[in-house]
Design a protein around this ligand. Structure first.
Ligand SMILES: [Fe+2]
Length: 103
């Protein structure tokens, strides 16, 4: 990873396996490997979470005051990978993903 990739990497924390339609917690973070700026001229505008192509959650952010962490609780009925997006106002869209098994 180069410095730009380290600053924008989208990390998803979730269990490797969950039970079908049973709620579980997911945390999505940016800046895990290198802190991303958080100022009016350069910040993360929003984060989104999907299961495959199915929308699950969205967080809108404001510079300086909100951190790049989205915590939510979801439930799934299919084993599609979790996918998260983060939008930097200067550097565009960044994606992270995590395999998750639904039983
Ligand atoms: Fe950026």
């Amino acid at each position: 990873m180069n410095a730009l990739e380290r600053k924008h990497a989208v990390v998803i924390d979730a269990p490797d396996e969950v039970k079908e339609n049973e709620p579980f917690e997911v945390e999505v973070r940016v800046g895990e490997y290198q802190e991303h700026p958080n100022e009016p001229g350069h910040f993360i505008e929003w984060m989104e979470l999907y299961s495959g192509d199915t929308f699950l959650a969205r967080l809108s952010l404001t510079p300086e005051k909100s951190h790049y962490v989205m915590k939510t609780t979801v439930k799934l009925d299919h084993s599609h990978p979790l996918r998260a997006w983060a939008k930097c106002n200067l550097h565009g869209l960044w994606e992270g993903s995590k395999e998750i098994k639904v039983e």
